[in-house]
Write a protein that binds this ligand. Structure first.
Ligand SMILES: Nc1ncnc2c1ncn2[C@@H]1O[C@H](COP(=O)(O)OP(=O)(O)OP(=O)(O)O)[C@@H](O)[C@H]1O
Length: 685
């Protein structure tokens, strides 16, 4: 067995289980081994029955008062008892485990570990696992991997399957040359994989993680260097000239471009009118006004008779940009034709769009991945604008362009990273920074509060709505989940409708809704028909509704700081004073400190660096940063040092063997090829 062996060659993986894994993107053993735990769980310390609280997972050292009783309800056998310890007593229930009656005797002390649930007026310990104190002490030292789960996929199933794969696989070789491993003190691959899935303890897990993070960065940088090399050879196939039209558009915008926007616009024009194919990263904090620069670049292309494409990560965003572009064109009486192309459009709509694109009638094409997925024939494609999720824009450029005619690229990013890191991560791009917000903006007012403040917050939201504004409320979950104690969009909306005045229009939005429903809700929010939008983080990136002035975030402790900053960036985009209310459901000191950073600053760069200081590099898995720069394990902030090491290592290797053709680099070469094809697979090409 090797990394490419299909999963169903393992024992016990039948057709059904295979599909369950496939849904999580796991097809072969390589996919499985790199399905790293999302985090690790520790068993709770032993406490006593005075600490029970609904939803909490606890461990108590207790014994039943009397013999366990067994009741039959429908076809279920319910075993119940009252467990007593020094502090008091709690009811307990197990389902379909009648044999417990013989093993757990009155007065027999054990450690019971499970979750507290409320049934009617009473709290119960439900289905607790039972341990001897010695067994439990051992478990306390262990880290239990927790994976990202999908329907049918359990932690146990993943662990069991990984174990089987590791036991049956030949993983002796290490593609990382030994001198690199030695120089950067990296664990060997086999060991790292073993310890990331089955850590002996925290220290071993951290060593394993460090190696795998190095790998992620190392491959990423090697791929980047390859692209850069290819790219530097490309010549601009079309002549683009500056045009007075863009100056007129800027004059008629209704606001003045900030100094930073003007500077970056100059960079873009210089690129596009230059001799080489240009690739530039435009980095700017949330709400700094990146979109208008993208639009101006598209207008410049169109005026020169070239098509341009703007590719964004979500349908909601694609539609929003399409609408704003159409509005701009109409308001300024331009004669350009924009078209929208997204996956959820009907076959007929897509056909019409594609015809317009192929005939050259469409000047600007705005859409999602559909821009490369659909078989679209572009005509004179001169400019492609993507966001940082599509890091490997060069391949896409090739796909979007015609043979031999590579378009210019702009990559938009709101991730606030220091220049030193940006230079590494975006090594194939020139970098421009919009480091100034429009002057008309008032800084957002923030507060971090606990759940008792909710009622006041609702009153506050109502007041803002009466002033004609709108509000977002963010919940971490889509639906209720008994395992996770966090607010969910669906039941929250129901409750909110009950407590808010009836005339306030409240709707919800989440990623699992059909695209058409999502678009409808978003359009209604955009035009002010919906006043309070209860949403998951689907609104995180790019959504622009300047009339919204309140962002309330439930379970703020569950989000990374960068993500919270992105969410908050959905308000404060117009002239009115805006507010961000972060509700924290924990009194944990560390969480409080993290949220305080946001409370005191609206500056994305500052937040990212403070977050880093607080977490410290190599903090277990950290709180994931916003999903923008996605690595499996690595975090560009917390692992900045490893990133620098990986960059150095890549430079040294390429200096001696730029095409990775030397025999000692053969395995690395294969690994890189695999990496690149996986990156493309992610784009469903
Ligand atoms: N110079 C300016 N003066 C006033 N308003 C501006 C200026 N530039 C852009 N805006 C407005 O600010 C809002 C936010 O701009 P935009 O949507 O481009 O932000 P962004 O940089 O893309 O942010 P995000 O990363 O959050 O998507 C928009 O409503 C836009 O019309």
């Amino acid at each position: 067995m090797n990394q490419k062996t299909p999963l169903d060659e393992l024992k016990g993986i039948g057709e059904k289980t295979k599909l369950v894994f496939e849904k999580a993107g796991i097809r072969n053993l390589g996919d499985l081994l790199s399905y790293y735990p999302r985090t690790y769980r520790r068993f709770p310390e032993i406490t006593d029955t005075s600490q029970v609280k609904e939803g909490r997972e606890i461990a108590i050292y207790a014994a039943p008062e009397r013999t366990l009783t067994v009741q039959y309800v429908k076809r279920m056998q319910i075993v119940s008892a009252v467990l007593c310890d020094k502090a008091g007593a709690i009811g307990v229930r197990w389902y379909n485990m009648p044999y417990l009656r013989n093993t757990i005797k009155p007065g027999g002390y054990h450690v019971f570990c499970g979750r507290i649930v409320q049934k009617g007026a009473n709290l119960f310990l439900e289905q607790p696992a039972i341990y001897t104190p010695e067994q439990y002490q051992k478990l306390l030292a262990e880290l239990q991997p927790v994976y990202v789960l999908t329907k049918g996929l359990t932690n146990q199933l993943v662990s069991k399957t990984v174990r089987q794969a590791l036991d049956g696989m030949e993983l002796s070789g290490d593609y990382l040359p030994e001198d690199i491993r030695r120089r950067y003190q990296l664990a060997d691959y086999r060991n790292a994989i073993e310890e990331i899935h089955f850590p002996q303890d925290e220290q071993h897990m951290k060593i394993a993680r460090r190696r795998l993070v190095f790998d992620e960065f190392f491959l990423f940088i090697l791929a980047l260097r390859q692209f850069k090399e290819q790219h530097e050879q490309a010549k601009n196939p079309y002549t683009i000239r500056r045009t007075p039209l863009t100056d007129t558009v800027i004059r008629n915008l209704g606001y003045e471009l900030t100094g930073a926007q003007q500077r970056v616009w100059e960079d873009i024009q210089r690129d596009m009118t230059g001799e080489k194919v240009a690739a530039r990263l435009i980095q700017g904090d949330v709400g700094s006004g990146k979109t208008i620069l993208a639009f101006l670049a598209m207008i410049l292309a169109a005026e020169n008779g070239l098509q341009s494409a703007l590719m964004v990560p979500t349908e909601v965003l694609a539609r929003q940009h399409f609408d704003s572009m159409t509005e701009l064109i109409e308001a300024q009486h331009l004669r350009f034709c924009p078209v929208l192309l997204t996956g959820s459009m009907t076959a007929r709509e897509k056909r019409v769009a594609c015809e317009k694109i192929a005939s050259g009638e469409a000047d600007m094409i705005i859409g999602t991945h559909a821009l490369i997925q659909e078989k679209v024939q572009y005509k004179r494609m001169g400019l492609v604008i993507t966001d940082e999720q599509h890091r490997f824009g060069v391949r896409q450029r090739e796909l979007l362009g015609e043979k031999g005619a590579e378009p210019h690229t702009l990559v938009m990013s709101a991730t606030p990273i220091p220049r030193t890191l940006a230079v590494i991560l975006y090594g194939d791009l020139e970098i421009s920074v919009i480091d100034e917000l429009p002057k008309s903006r008032l800084p957002i007012k923030n507060c971090v509060v606990n759940t008792t403040y909710r009622k006041k917050a609702y009153h506050f939201i109502e007041k803002e709505i009466r002033l004609g504004h709108q509000a977002y409320i963010i919940c971490p979950m889509v639906e209720e989940n008994e395992q996770i104690e966090a607010e969910d969009v669906i039941s929250y909306t129901e409750r909110l409708r009950e407590v808010m005045p009836e005339d306030i229009r409240i709707e919800y939005l989440h990623g699992k809704m059909k695209p058409k429903e999502k678009n409808e809700v978003m359009e209604r929010f955009l035009c002010g028909d919906i006043q309070v939008l209860v949403s998951t983080t689907v609104v995180e990136v790019g959504v622009n509704v300047p009339n919204a002035t309140v962002m309330m975030i439930e379970n703020a402790e569950r989000f990374g700081l960068a993500q919270l900053h992105q969410l908050r960036g959905r308000v404060g985009r117009g002239k009115a004073q805006s507010y961000c209310i972060m509700i924290s459901s924990t009194d944990n000191e560390k969480t409080r400190k993290r949220l305080e950073i946001l409370n005191h600053s609206n500056d994305g760069f500052f937040i990212a660096s403070e977050d880093l200081k607080l977490r410290g590099p190599g903090d277990i898995l950290g709180v994931r940063q916003s999903g923008l720069m996605e690595f499996k394990l690595a975090d560009v902030f917390a692992d900045a040092k490893i990133l620098q090491n990986a960059c150095e290592a890549a430079d040294v290797i390429l200096k001696h063997d730029s095409a990775l053709q030397a025999p000692e680099n053969a395995e690395l070469h294969n690994k890189l090829e695999n990496y690149l094809s996986n990156e493309l697979k992610k784009l469903n090409l």
